[in-house]
Design a protein. Structure first.
Length: 74
């Protein structure tokens, strides 16, 4: 998961989902689901107008149980 979190840091959400769809590992699938859920929550609950303006700011996993994702809006 450390490799995946370093890989997607700094990408747009759309680009991160595209890149993770080509990685065939369980961690990549989990990261992709977390990013898509964060994008959905940003649009529905936090009134983000364009979901293409989201960037992956931080992606931190601790003890492989908890995932922390910070999405930035520019």
């Amino acid at each position: 998961m450390w490799y995946i979190s370093c890989f997607v840091r700094g990408m747009t959400v759309d680009e991160a989902v595209k890149q993770l769809s080509f990685m065939y590992s369980k961690g990549a699938e989990i990261a992709k689901e977390v990013i898509l859920e964060a994008q959905r929550l940003a649009v529905e609950e936090h009134n983000v107008e364009f979901k293409s303006n989201l960037w992956v700011g931080e992606y931190i996993n601790q003890y492989s149980r908890f995932l922390f994702l910070r999405i930035l809006i520019y």
